[in-house]
Design a protein around this ligand. Structure first.
Ligand code: SF4
Ligand code: ZN
Ligand code: ZN
Length: 308
């Protein structure tokens, strides 16, 4: 049996294809935590005194990031609060909420559960039933926009200075490829470890797991005995993101470093893209809800108008 290349003692549970490292359970947990904390410092995602709102779905990525950020909370560097958004997806979200609550309670972190219904008078299932005849927008389009709106609103309600999301390397690579393929340059310039805006109502979002693969996040929660919500959203399968995700996964089988190189390449191109597109993306205030908007109405209010 192979021995861990770090401690030289325990049996190996993972071979990191990108670095060639063979790691045992303890060394894998330690080195993953160290890597995430190093990335937080490297990209200056958090500063002392920050209050971080964690977008806690109950899935592996959000549970993992809450547990790692809790290290900084216990060192009195930051304060944490978690929020779980109930989109109203029957048969799916209920379990995620229970698991999210258990994980937050275990660490003694304040946890709020907020719903689409509360903020938009409708849940996602109802929106999808109603919009079938009108147009063909995918559930994820509504869900993404409305969740972002709620996160920013809850962050303000909680006086949070950052919003941490569980986006991992697979998610980030998918976003890069998707937006390239769709020619969506404005969206591309917004991809990165931390969102940037000088607009005071816009609470910056950070992605501490941006350089952790989905597989590593899965293994981390198993190795750490963390309970997570494993079911997939019923709306996820037929999305464009799902298709792109399968394409990248297939490529990674024969090219194990492809996601890292996509990310590194993109991070080099991004400043050039931003310079070229710098005249765009001026933020104003939505005249209906007061949240940040690119035009008169924010996207969430534009959707809400359509349901009236
Ligand atoms: Fe929302 Fe789409 Fe994610 Fe389901 S897969 S939770 S609909 S964004
Ligand atoms: Zn070891
Ligand atoms: Zn609005």
């Amino acid at each position: 049996m192979y021995k861990c290349t770090k401690c030289g003692e325990s049996p190996v549970i993972i071979r990191r294809k990108a670095s060639g490292q063979l790691l045992c359970k303890e060394c894998f947990i330690d080195s993953t935590k160290e890597k995430v904390l190093r990335d937080i410092r490297k990209y200056e995602l958090i500063k002392k005194g920050d209050k971080v709102l964690i977008a806690l779905s109950g899935g592996k990525d959000s549970v993992m990031i809450m547990n790692i950020l809790d290290i900084l909370r216990r060192r009195n560097i930051i304060d944490l609060v978690a929020v779980t958004i109930d989109e109203g997806i029957k048969g799916y979200r209920e379990d995620g909420i229970k698991i999210a609550r258990k994980n937050a309670d275990k660490l003694g972190i304040k946890h709020r559960i907020v719903s689409f219904n509360h903020y938009f008078n409708k849940n996602l299932d109802e929106m999808m039933k109603e919009q079938k005849e009108k147009d063909s927008r995918h559930a994820c389009t509504y869900c993404g926009v409305l969740r972002r709106w709620i996160l920013n609103r809850v962050a303000q309600e909680e006086d949070a200075t950052k919003i941490a999301t569980g986006h991992n390397l697979d998610d980030e690579t998918q976003s890069i490829i998707m937006n390239y393929l769709e020619g969506n340059l404005d969206n591309l310039t917004r991809i990165g470890p931390k969102s940037e805006s000088n607009y005071h109502k816009f609470v910056p979002k950070i992605k501490p797991l941006r350089e952790i693969t989905e597989k590593e996040a899965g293994l981390y929660v198993i190795a750490s005995n963390l309970e997570v919500h494993l079911a997939s959203c019923p709306y996820a399968g037929d999305s464009f993101r799902g298709e792109v995700g399968r394409f990248i996964k297939n490529l990674s089988e024969t090219h194990p470093t492809i996601m890292y190189s996509t990310l590194r390449g993109f991070d080099k191109i991004k400043p050039i893209l931003k310079r070229e597109l710098s005249m765009k993306g001026v933020m104003s205030v939505c005249k209906q809800c007061g949240e940040p908007a690119a035009g008169d109405l924010c996207k969430a209010c534009t959707f809400s108008e359509e349901w009236r």
